[in-house]
Design a protein around this ligand. Structure first.
Ligand code: AMP
Ligand code: MG
Length: 515
């Protein structure tokens, strides 16, 4: 448990100082020197603490800052101005395939691993016993290549809000502890200002870490990395006949569950390169992500993705491709190549089973029956033909199905204006499918549907509005989104505007990789 000790707050003079209340240990260094480089963060001039996740603070046993002095301490520590733990911040080296091509060495170009804290409750870390604390945007590192090591306020707000929202939506993801900003100018397409997000995860290891040591022929190091990963993240694999193969199988399973979670929410990551794939099967690196509004399987928010490689409909296939890249990286440790390939092939069925489960929950279908596949597919085709809003159409479905005697509300019917008869026919089939249930069973089923269909997701236009306000120094809109998105499945008073699809004049969710 971490305890806050009084530390004098304040400014640049503290750059060489320490944050003894942020007690972290650095475990990653035991892997050996070739895995990281010790690099203190550059920090931020005159940092301001702007957003704090009290939930995330609680994961570490930290009290969220309650007064200006504490806020000052947080701003200094989580901008990188104060050294945390024993001061041994590190950056790790990895490689990766980007847009299908081998990109060679990459590494933490703007991320500093401060160390790790014991998890107060491992269940909140999906069974893991600690949280690694990483700063994103705290300055250049040996892996920055020609970039500046910075992150702009715009992308930092997106990462902070979306990762916290995704967690509460029920998808494994890195968490965001806080966001600190500064007037430091950063050049992107235009001049912007810098920010740092402190993020948490049991591990920030990516497929690309394994690829790096495999492709550079350092097979001893690769073996150590696999052992370390198994010891810390997948201990059940240690007893397998071939632990590296067992690890791959586990990663196939966690990745299949992850992608089904993304698909069901209409989440598009945007940059599913192997360096952005977590070995834990958690969502990591929020860049040009988006949530589908009007359903279009070819939707991708990333304007740099000309070929729509990472569109919604392609995410499962890309995950499999990335798992193949991971499997190839493990070849030096597994004699039986066929077994590696077969493990990746298991992804198809593992994903399909997870996805069926998700869609059954969304449509209230319960245990599978013959004909369900067609019912689900026809619903997806209908959503697509009508360009219906993914989140809203699903959210209102339970209410519509429950009340066959009254016409669907306009908010729902309006989504299907192009094909009203097709909608009516499909609804009749769904009602028929639920007919054999007793009335109480059916009511329960419809209530359960609300747990599969969120009311609120981080829609692009809402993020955009909060960013524009924050760029004027007003974080109220961002704080409101943070608050409402903590309970995305509960309808909340005064938040109807956050459940609505984007207004017709809202700019389309298109984003470059610049962040
Ligand atoms: P991404 O696709 O954004 O996850 O980043 C790919 C690689 O570029 C990683 O090695 C990042 O650390 C690095 N990178 C991205 N933006 C910056 C930046 N502003 N400064 C330094 N490195 C960066
Ligand atoms: Mg990345």
């Amino acid at each position: 448990m971490l305890v806050e000790l009084p530390t004098p707050p304040a400014a640049r003079a503290d750059l060489e100082g320490h944050a003894p209340w942020l007690a972290l240990r650095q475990d990653f260094v035991r892997l050996g020197p070739e895995f990281h480089s010790a690099t203190p963060p550059e920090g931020l001039p005159r940092p301001r603490l702007r957003l704090v996740s009290a939930d995330a603070a609680q994961l570490l046993g930290l009290e969220p800052p309650a007064d200006d002095a504490a806020r000052g301490r947080w701003a200094q520590a989580f901008s990188g101005n104060l050294a945390a733990g024993d001061g041994s911040a590190i950056c790790t080296v990895y490689a990766g395939h980007q847009f299908g091509n081998w990109a060679g060495q990459l590494g933490d170009g703007r991320a500093h691993l401060l160390g790790e804290a014991a998890a107060r409750d491992p269940r909140q870390a999906l069974g893991h016993g600690w949280w690694e604390v990483q700063l994103k945007g705290a300055g250049a590192t040996p892996y920055s290549r020609h970039a500046d090591g910075r992150a702009v306020l715009r992308s930092s707000i997106r990462e902070f809000l979306a990762s916290e929202a995704m967690w509460h939506l029920g998808v494994p993801t890195t968490r965001a502890l806080c966001l600190v900003d500064s007037d430091l100018a950063v050049r992107r397409e235009r001049l912007e200002t810098a920010a740092v997000v402190a993020r948490l995860s049991p591990s920030f290891l990516r497929f690309g870490h394994f690829e790096h040591f495999s492709h550079s022929g350092r097979h001893d190091a690769l073996r150590r990395l696999v052992d370390y990963t198994i010891e810390r993240l997948y201990p059940a694999c240690a007893d397998a006949a071939n632990p590296a193969l067992a690890l791959l199988r586990e990663v196939v399973a966690t990745t299949a569950a992850l992608i089904a979670g993304w698909q069901a929410l209409g989440f598009v990551h945007g940059v599913m390169n192997t360096d952005n794939m977590s070995i834990l099967g958690w969502t990591v690196d929020y860049g040009p992500f988006g949530f589908v509004d009007a359903f279009d399987p070819a939707y991708t928010p990333n304007t740099s993705d000309t070929w729509q490689r990472y569109a919604w409909a392609r995410q499962p296939a890309v995950a499999r491709w990335n798992l193949l890249a991971l499997a190839s990286a493990l070849v030096p440790l597994v004699d039986d190549r066929q077994a590696l390939a077969d493990s990746v092939e298991d992804f198809g069925e593992a994903f399909a089973a997870r996805m069926r489960r998700r869609m059954h929950d969304k449509l209230g279908l319960g245990p599978e029956q013959p004909g369900d596949g067609e019912l689900v597919q026809d619903w997806l085709d209908l959503l697509r033909a009508c360009g219906a809003d993914w989140t809203l159409a699903h959210r209102l479905l339970a209410q519509v199905v429950a009340n066959p005697e009254i016409p669907p509300p306009d908010a729902f019917a309006g989504q299907f204006r192009r094909w009203p008869q097709r909608l009516a026919d499909w609804l009749a089939r769904l009602r028929q499918r639920l007919q054999p249930l007793s009335a109480p069973q059916r009511e329960q089923r419809l209530r359960d549907m609300l747990h599969g269909n969120p009311c609120y997701v981080p829609r692009h236009h809402l993020l955009q509005h909060a960013i524009e306000q924050a760029q004027q120094g007003d974080f109220a809109a961002a704080q409101r989104l943070h608050r409402v998105w903590r309970r995305p499945y509960d309808e909340q008073a005064d938040a109807a505007d956050l459940a609505a699809p984007p207004p017709p004049d809202a700019a389309a969710a298109v984003l470059s990789c610049s962040s």
